[in-house]
Design a protein around this ligand. Structure first.
Ligand code: FES
Length: 260
């Protein structure tokens, strides 16, 4: 039950949750490697920003490097697949000359297969289904596809941080006290729209300079805090419970992303 003397802290806490509600942990191959990317929510829009640390991706440290990132798995084989097994097509990221980067939607316009990463020897992307070809920037160079790959806006800070704007990736989170305070027994309920086969985790940082830590959660208000990944089998509203880590800080719902 919420007590009035906790209202101030509660309001402050919820505000920080709202500002930083959508994050993505890039966990590398196998979905369990080091945090390397995150998504932040644009206020008043559903566009999310994928933030990627280039140093975590050897392929992107050289010209003509290419990776494919999935927010959910893909399934199927040519000629009818692969296709996303969830709401998102993988994102292709290509590196060109002079610190240029291209973020592309892997959806082939021909019959909707997910295209492969770029071949560094030719700087071409080939669709595994019927051979359509695309240039480093997604432009169609060979059919049967009739259209280019769609591009995402990208920006590189010249050092290590690559940001990619992904429409439809932003989402909102609400947090309410179940038991007020902080530490053992102080529980917070996090609610957010969870999409099918997208893995979410809860992260906490005491301040923005700190690396986030993964917070275990329970699916019930008084259950054991023994889960770290929430994956829904259908689109749903997730309601999970965490122990509040401190009176102030940043609690985020992260989308897990993997190289696929
Ligand atoms: S789906 Fe046919 S070429 Fe890509």
């Amino acid at each position: 039950m919420m007590q009035t003397n906790d209202l101030h802290n509660r309001r402050r806490f919820i505000k920080t949750v709202a500002v930083t509600s959508a994050y993505s942990a890039l966990l590398g191959k196998g979905w369990n490697h080091v945090l390397a990317a995150e998504v932040s929510l644009h206020s008043a829009s559903t566009t999310g920003t994928l933030r990627l640390s280039i140093s975590k991706f050897p392929a992107l440290q050289v010209e003509s490097g290419s990776i494919r990132l999935g927010l959910n798995p893909i399934r199927g084989n040519p000629p009818g697949g692969p296709m996303p097994n969830g709401p998102y097509y993988p994102i292709i990221i290509n590196r060109g000359p002079n610190n240029t980067f291209f973020g592309l939607n892997s959806r082939c316009s021909h019959q909707l297969c997910a295209v492969d990463v770029m071949d560094p020897s030719s700087n071409e992307i080939t669709c595994p289904c019927h051979g359509s070809g695309y240039a480093i920037d997604g432009k169609k160079i060979r059919g049967p596809a009739t259209q280019s790959l769609s591009k995402y806006a990208t920006a590189f800070d010249g050092n290590d941080l690559l940001t990619i704007q992904i429409p439809g990736l932003g989402y909102s989170v609400t947090a309410t006290d179940v038991q007020p305070g902080a530490g053992p027994g102080a529980r917070l309920k996090m609610q957010f729209a969870a999409l099918r086969n997208v893995g979410y985790e809860i992260q906490w940082r005491a301040s923005l300079e700190k690396e986030p830590v993964i917070v275990p959660f329970s699916r019930t208000a008084d259950g054991g805090l023994n889960e770290t990944v929430f994956t829904a089998t259908t689109n749903t509203t997730a309601g999970i419970f965490i122990e509040r880590q401190g009176e102030i800080g940043f609690c985020t719902v992260a989308v897990r992303v993997a190289e696929i």
